[in-house]
Design a protein around this ligand. Structure first.
Ligand code: S3P
Length: 166
């Protein structure tokens, strides 16, 4: 079974992918984690050294690799925003699940994780990041086969809901 999780940063893609992978005993890939595996750099370090444009190229490369591998895939919040990536996911043999979160859920998670974790949060601040979230919403909805509202739900509940809807 191939499942790709999409959604804004802080919507819980990585956490839900971990839970899904454990429950279904299917291999999992995380696009952000692949940056670390391939370059030895965290996302903030990579942005700092090479900038966003280079990150987007590497992200596309990682997406191609991960879709070819199959299994559970958690993307980065910006992954579907590149037209090429959107098409790659759309045409891949994968169910695409959008984890849809309200603004305050995102704000809460991002602040909890810390500003250093996410370079775009650091650059844009909370108002800018929520504006970006609204700009991206339609693209997530268009790409999704299934949409799950994640607010106030545990990863286990989200996984159960997801399995019912697939
Ligand atoms: C980004 C989201 C991040 C990471 C990078 C850019 C974005 O992933 O890929 O910081 O453009 O929304 P998460 O959604 O896992 O935080």
């Amino acid at each position: 079974m191939n499942i790709t999780l999409i959604g804004f940063m802080g919507s819980g893609k990585t956490t839900v992918a971990n839970a899904l992978s454990q429950q279904l005993e299917i291999e999992q890939n995380d696009l952000d984690e692949m940056v670390l595996q391939r370059t030895g750099l965290t996302i903030p370090e990579y942005f700092e050294q090479y900038g966003e444009a280079k990150f987007r190229k590497l992200e596309m490369d990682n997406l191609q690799l991960a879709l070819a591998t199959g299994g559970i895939l958690s993307t980065g919040g910006g992954t579907p925003m590149q037209a090429n990536n959107f098409k790659l996911i759309q045409e891949a043999n994968t169910a695409t699940v959008f984890l849809n979160a309200q603004d305050n859920t995102i704000t809460h998670h991002l602040i909890h994780d810390g500003i250093e974790e996410r370079p775009l949060f650091k650059q844009l601040g909370i108002d800018g990041i929520i504006k970006l979230k609204h700009e991206r919403q339609l693209t997530y909805e268009q790409l999704a086969d299934v949409i799950i509202d994640v607010d106030h739900k545990s990863p286990e509940l989200i996984v159960n809901e997801l399995m019912e809807k697939l």
